[in-house]
Each structure stands twice: as C-alpha cells, then as structure tokens.
Write a protein that binds this ligand. Structure first.
Ligand SMILES: [Zn+2]
Length: 269
C-alpha cells in the first residue's frame, strides 16, 4: 500500500513539511477558499450519495448552523450535507465551510451532542483557516490558480480524495487538530451542548478502534480522525480542556438523547 501521508506526490512543490504548533502562513484568500470548496464539493458528490431524507438533512443542518453561529469566522457559507453510507464513520469540512457527515458516523453517536461535537471540531478547522494554511504549505500560488480556473482537474480530484479519505493525516498537523479540539469544545459549549460529549465520543471511538482495529486489517471505514495525534492523546487533551468549564454551567447544557433517537437513530438503520 502506498503511504498516503507522503505529500501529494505531484503537488509537493514546496517539499514535505511537518509543521509544528503555532500560526502558519495562509496565502489563500477567502474567495479562493470558497471557490475551491465548491469545486471539491462537486467532486465529493460524484463519489458519494446524498441521503434522500429531507427531514434528517434539515435536522443535521440546524445542528450545524447552531454551532457555526458561535464560530470565530463568519465570512464563509457554512453548509451541511448527510451522505448515505452507513459503513463509513466519517465527517469532514471542505475549504470554505461545506461539511459532509456520513450516516455511519451518525449511527455511532448516542445523542445529538456527540454528533455536534464532531461537527464543532470540523467547524474549528474552517474557523482557524486550517485549509488555507495547508494549501499554502502544499501548493504554490500558480497551482492553486490553475485548479481554480479548471486547468488541473486531476489535481482537484486528488486533493478531494485525500480530504475525504485516509489521507487526512497529511492535511492537518497535530497543532491544528489540537486547535480544532479547543475551538470545537468552545463552540459546542456556547451552542448549548454539554462539552463532555466531545470526550464521550472520543472514548467511544477509541473503544471501537481497539475492538475493530487490533490485529487484522485496519477497518477501511474508520476514516474519521485517521490522523495524528492518536485518539488517546486527544482524549487527554480534551479532558484537560473540559476542566475549564465549571460543572454548574455544563449542567445547564444538553445532550439531547430523545431528540436524537427520534430524528436519527429510529430513522437510519
Ligand atoms: Zn480534525
């Protein structure tokens, strides 16, 4: 198997960099980011099937907008689409704020707050300009421009595939993942959800990884968070973050078990 976390083979014009923490340069404008995201969304929708259930699409969209309203970045059109794929545990945001959520992930969540926690993490990547930073790191301005004007269709397909799949490890650095967890928990909390839902979901994921991932072939389905840092390391970070939120404030927030069961778990099998 070809290691996917080499730089994009043909895109690595600036060499393979493993960025450390701290702010990184971003030379992608918001307009370019949105345009690139729209082109990538078209690629995603060639590969994946939208869930044909308007009620669920609306429900998930409302969760997303509730969180997006709390984000530090408001100059991108946040949008949320559920993909009909119960075998794939995944969710990802494209540059410019469009997000895709797989039914496989939704089945794994026990309540609305857990789903919201994953979505909040993804919104964190968008809000902190991680896509622009990554593109700046991996591509020169000419290549970005040639993709935008449709002269590099194959490159567009390649980077979209990377973002959708296991190549996510090379999209975001450890520092960016930690930053998204920090921002995500804050947005989750401000949107009225219990921030511990983020820890609960990561624990669930760690357990699943252990059960399904030990020994035999790695589950192809588990694309979500197929990145550094390791799940256990992230749980430790999330638990430390959680301590910032006083218990009496957390207790006023919700998990929404019933609403999630009625709207999602009873509907998708
Ligand atoms: Zn992430």
């Amino acid at each position: 198997m070809i290691p996917l976390f080499l730089c994009f083979a043909s895109l690595a014009l600036q060499g393979c960099v493993t960025p450390g923490d701290g702010p990184q340069p971003n030379r992608v404008s918001t307009g370019q980011e949105i345009e690139l995201g729209q082109q990538m969304a078209a690629e995603v929708e060639k590969e994946e099937k939208r869930l044909n259930n308007p009620a669920i699409q609306k429900y998930v969209s409302e969760i997303g907008q509730r969180i997006a309203k709390q984000a530090d970045r408001q100059d991108v059109p946040y949008a949320f689409t559920v993909i009909d794929n119960p075998e794939t545990i995944n969710a990802f945001a494209l540059p410019g704020g469009q997000m895709y959520i797989y039914t496989g992930l939704m089945k794994m969540c026990e309540n609305e707050a857990q789903l919201a926690s994953v979505m909040a993490h993804e919104i964190g990547h968008v809000a902190a300009y991680h896509h622009g930073e990554m593109i700046t790191r991996q591509m020169n301005a000419e290549l970005v421009q040639s993709i935008l004007v449709g002269r590099s269709k194959s490159e567009l397909g390649k980077i979209t595939g990377q973002l959708m799949g296991a190549g996510v490890a090379m999209w975001f650095s450890r520092g960016q993942e930690n930053e998204s967890d920090t921002l995500g928990m804050e947005y989750l909390f401000r949107a009225g959800y219990k921030p511990e839902a983020m820890v609960d979901f990561m624990n669930k994921l760690a357990k699943y990884e252990q059960e399904k991932g030990g020994g035999g072939p790695q589950p192809r389905v588990l694309k979500l968070f197929a990145s550094h840092p390791a799940t256990t390391e992230r749980i430790a970070h999330l638990e430390a973050l959680l301590a910032k939120y006083p218990i009496e404030l957390r207790n006023q927030n919700q998990n929404h078990f019933d609403r999630y069961k009625t709207n999602v778990l009873d509907q998708i099998k």
